[in-house]
Structures are given as C-alpha cells and as structure tokens.
Design a protein around this ligand. Sequence first.
Ligand code: G6P
Length: 497
Amino acid sequence: MVAGTTSQVLVASNRGPVSFSLDGEGSLTAKRGGGGLVSGLSAIGPEADAVWVCAALGEGDREAVRRHAGRLDPADTGGQTVRMLDIPAATFEAAYQGIANSVLWFTHHMLYQTPLEPAFDVDFTRQWAAYEEYNAAFADALAEEAGRGATVLVQDYHLTLVPGLLRERRPDLRIGHFSHTPWAPADYYRLLPDEVAARVLRGMLGADRTAFLTRRWARLFTESCARVLGATVSEAAGPSAEAETLATVTYEGRTTRIGVHPLGADGDFLRERAYRPDVDERRAQLREQIGTAPEGGPRRTVVRVDRTELSKNIVRGLYAYRRLLLDHPEWRERVVHLAFAYPSRQDLSVYRDYTAEVSRVADGINAEFGTPAWTPVVLHVKDDFARSLAAYRLADVALVNPIRDGMNLVAKEIPVVSEDGCALVLSREAGAYEEMGEDALCVNPFDITATASALRTALTMDPAERQERTKRLAATATAHPPTRWFLDQLTRIAAAG
Ligand code: G6P
C-alpha cells in the first residue's frame, strides 16, 4: 500500500503518461512521456493498483483505444494501467484548445491584451459546454475505475470541474486537485464570465484538498474563493502548517484544505542522464558552434531552454541580450546566446505568430551584430532532450524570464547539471522564485533594461561566487524530488478528512 494511505491511487490528467504513434503498416508504437507526475507515480508500488485516466490525443492514441477497448495494461504502456478516453474530436478541440489553452491558461498567466481580448460570446458558450462534457467524461471514467475509498489526484486547469462532479458520483473517494500553473489575482480572474468563474472554483472545491506549486498561487486561489464565491477562508494554524496546508476554504457546508507542494528537479536522474555519451556528443557540437573568444578560450554562454510558449517571454529575453550587446560592446564576439525554443501548441495562430517572431528577432540580432566568425544567437527549434542537457552543462548564465510561470523546472535543472557553476537570471514571476530568489539575479520580466543589466552582472560574476550560488541553488532545486512531491500529496489527502 501507499505510504500514509491504504487505498488504490488514480491519477487524471489531459495528457497521459504514454502516447501512441501509428505507422503505415498499422503497427502502434508507445512512447513514454516524462515530467514530475510520471516519475512521481513510479514511487508507489504495484499494490496501489494505480490507474491513470487521460484523453486520447492523436490518431495513434485513438487507434490504441479502439484496439484495447480504452483500457491499456502496464505491458502496453511501459508503466501502469492507463484508461484513455476517446472524446469526440469536436468536443475535445473546444474544451482543450478553446477553454483550457485559450481561456484558462491565458487567465492564469495574465496573457490577455485586454482592450481586444477576451471577448466572451457565442463561441465561448459553445466551448464551455464542451468543457463541461469533457470534464464529465473524466468524472464518469474515474467513478467507474475507482475502488471503494480510492484516492484520486486530478491535475490542472483542464479538469477543474472533475473534483465536484466526481464527488457527486462517488462520495466515498478521497479527492485531490493539483494546479501546475499560477493562479490569477481575483481582479484578473473576474474577467471570466461570472457563472464560469464560480463554476471553476466550485468544481475545484469539490476536492478534499486543492494544491498549488507555491504559496503565492495558493493565496491567490483563496482570494478568488472569497471574492467570487463569498467562501470563508481560514489560515491554517501552526508554524509547520505553511509548508503543506496553507488554509482551509469553507463553502456551502464543505471544507477544502489548500495545500502547497513545490515540485523540485529529479537530481539523481539528471546527474546521471546529463553525462551519458549522447549528451557528450551534443556538448562537443555545441562547443563548435559557440567558438573561441578573440583572446582565446571558449566564448561565454547565456542559455535558455523553453517551449515556445507565450508566457516564457522569449522575445523580451532576446531584446535584453541585444541591449547587452548594444550597451556593452566589449561582450561582442565574447558571448553566445544558446536559445532553444521548441514549438508548442502550433494549432493556435497566436502561438504560430509568436514562434515566427522569436526567429525574426534572433535573425535580426545575428544580422545586426554577427561576424563571419561569430553568431551571437544560436537558435534551435527542434526538441532534443540530450542537446538541452548539453546546453545546461555548458551554461555560464541561465536566462529564465517568464511573464508568469507555475514553477519553471529549467531554473531548477540547470544548476544541478552545470559543469562550472551557472549564474541564474530569474523572473520574479516564476514560481521557482519563491524558493530560489535569494541566490538568483531576479528581474521584472517586462523590464528589458533591467534584464540586460542582470545578464551583464551574471556574466561578470566572480567564478567562486558563481559556484557557491550554484551549489545552493542545486540543493534547493532538488529538495522536493518528484517522488517525494507525489507521496507528500497522497499522505496529505489521506489525512484531510
Ligand atoms: C505545461 C504546464 C502544465 C500543462 C502542460 C500542458 O507543462 O506547466 O501545467 O499541463 O503545459 O501542455 P500540453 O502540451 O499538454 O497542452
């Protein structure tokens, strides 16, 4: 049985731990995903009889669902039992792209350009109905799969209604919800139509425990509960309560605990994976691209690795690097910006436009400052984990400047594998700032001038200080590895009643 619980464990998330591709001959290949949940779940033994409920995302997944009647065994998934839901394509698109990615994601990351967007009209009403349907499909599947008294961990903004819907169907279950994103301040959250703003909160409060990556996001959630629902918020008592249970929210006679569980980097995995031969090979290739400074010795590196996500603020990061080269010409020829920006959510036109803008600005900097012997920005857009790790190893400076971010694991991973110590330029709007702010160089992500100046401070930091800071950053970064993060949540949900 699971530490601290005696029940079966179910996880629900939009994207599952495995995806399938279909080749021309009709054979299916399974690919295991990474991330905190996948490694976290590996901490529980087979006796927990874990089931992961997720959506079928592509043709391969849909075919796997058809062949296995929706329920895939550990042997087919390379992990645990997976129940994949083949939600009708139009419903899925409207719920996932329409509501989850274009409304809830935009709200919590405060990405709207408010004079024009959002504009909630009939399309939104239709998409919202689909989101309700999609959440109900998850609640139905979980209600079917869960044994008596099982613990269910529902993930993220895709599935905010599931806790409430599942409680109606199965009051015997222990239910947790976890948000991997920030939460918006109440004034911003209330851009959502009133009914929807209330419905999302009521859905999440259907859980015994609703948890966040930082205290800041948890507090903003309780602020929304008070302002939108008129719910009663009580701060948890006791000095140690802060770290795990921040507050309780009571609404319509039920009390939900509000938890904080910062997710850390998987230090053991990273230290081993980052020094395998495929990473060594990529490291050598990157060294070639980085080249040699005029006075000899390798050029310095500013490294960033992101999905090309609007919230990651890649364009302002490039402008800050340009500002550094403009105002401090002594750095020309002596530094290279390795910018790895992997395309994401390309079904949304605003993401396609942003991806194009990243390339345009990077090309502009190279045209403005580049010489035959020096490429100031090396932009890579093809996702390659081994190459990302190679860049982590070589980073003199890591640039992590999101507009707003639930945590940002890149900020935690780079110090762990860095070879010579790496100065971290970190946005104060990243969740990671709450734990790592002291040893990082912190910036307002909108302030290009200040970011340029932090890059310069980082590049000129005394090597001994840089190494000291990196050591402390790595220790903080690995304090809550995914297995512990996951087990802590289970234990706390079990204790919540
Ligand atoms: C990021 C966020 C998660 C989110 C995921 C969805 O990793 O931190 O909160 O669930 O994106 O991405 P997807 O590609 O599945 O839309």
